[in-house]
Design a protein around this ligand. Structure first.
Ligand SMILES: NC(=O)c1ccc[n+]([C@@H]2O[C@H](COP(=O)([O-])OP(=O)(O)OC[C@H]3O[C@@H](n4cnc5c(N)ncnc54)[C@H](OP(=O)(O)O)[C@@H]3O)[C@@H](O)[C@H]2O)c1
Length: 271
């Protein structure tokens, strides 16, 4: 007689997939890398900080996952080309691309925002997502298989002061998601986005909270509590919660979804 355990055991849902995840040394990218590797994907990590990448990679390989990494600054075209080539050489064609890397940039009004910073914030979020998408798509089309996930933000759908480049980049990523999805839909490739709310455990979120608190003259705790009040669930999200939404959008569980942006924000944006 067959064991009932076997009847209910499921294969790992990303078995055989090769995922390139940007900004995967810490924060949300790290959580996505850990979960994707746990679900059978070979994961290629990249960011600028070697030690954080090495630590995430060690955590994955200690658990039996397939992982490698390379330092890269994805605002540089050459670095983007190098990581895609390197991922391909290590694990074969990239079948999943997660455009996650980023930083918030200056917290200043539009009229004071330095142009060089504006360009840099657009470059790390939007331009790099565009470039990496360009680099992986032809091979995805050849195999009629692939998933691209853009990590956007609640900022793409809200109106928070003092983050113009960030909001513009994140809203731009939603446009990029829809247009790429339209071009790719009949070629076996799906393209989606996630808009996280405040993921309060990450460095980016904590630094932003501290800066905002200072600007408005309250403590970091008061600033955060005020912001969380505006969210239906009254709390921030965890990196792991974002990673589970990412797993859904990059797996066959979401096979009929493309061109979408999913809000993983505890109930903050409603379109
Ligand atoms: N935390 C939130 O509340 C929140 C909310 C909505 C959306 N998001 C988005 O989620 C994504 C991840 O953010 P997080 O909160 O996890 O932030 P984080 O902990 O600061 O992680 C950001 C990652 O991006 C990498 N990165 C930054 N600039 C890079 C560059 N030029 N080239 C390569 N890698 C770069 C960082 O590594 P290095 O510094 O070592 O390069 C790091 O691994 C971002 O796109 C962010 O906008 C975050």
């Amino acid at each position: 007689m067959r064991s009932p355990v076997l009847l209910f055991s499921f294969p790992m849902i990303l078995q055989g997939q090769s995922a390139l995840i940007t900004g995967s040394g810490r924060g949300i990218g790290r959580a996505i890398a850990l979960l994707f590797a746990k679900q059978g994907a070979s994961v290629f990590l990249c960011a600028r900080s070697h030690d954080q990448l090495a630590s995430t990679a060690a955590e994955i390989s200690d658990r039996g996952g397939q992982v490698t990494f390379a330092t890269a600054d994805i605002t540089r075209e050459d670095d983007c080309r190098r990581i895609v080539d390197s991922a391909r050489e290590t694990f074969g064609p990239v079948t999943i691309l997660v455009n996650n890397a980023g930083h918030y940039g200056p917290v200043v009004p539009v009229e004071e925002y330095p142009l060089a910073d504006f360009d840099e914030v657009i470059a790390v979020h939007l331009r790099a997502a565009f470039l990496l998408t360009q680099l992986v798509l032809p091979e995805m089309y050849d195999h009629e298989h692939g998933a691209i996930l853009n990590i956007s933000s609640l900022s793409a759908k809200s109106a928070f002061s003092w983050g113009s480049a960030y909001a513009a980049a994140k809203a731009g990523m939603l446009g990029l998601t829809r247009v790429t999805a339209a071009e790719a839909a009949r070629k076996g490739v799906r393209v989606n986005a996630i808009c996280p709310g405040p993921v309060t455990e990450t460095i980016m979120s904590q630094e932003l909270g501290a800066t905002l608190a200072k600007k408005i003259g309250v403590s970091s705790e008061e600033q955060l509590a005020g912001f969380l009040q505006s969210i239906l669930q009254g709390r921030g999200q965890t990196a792991d919660e974002i990673a589970h939404a990412a797993l859904f959008l990059c797996s066959n569980a979401s096979s009929a979804m493309t061109g979408q942006s999913i809000n993983v924000d505890g109930g903050a944006a409603f379109f």
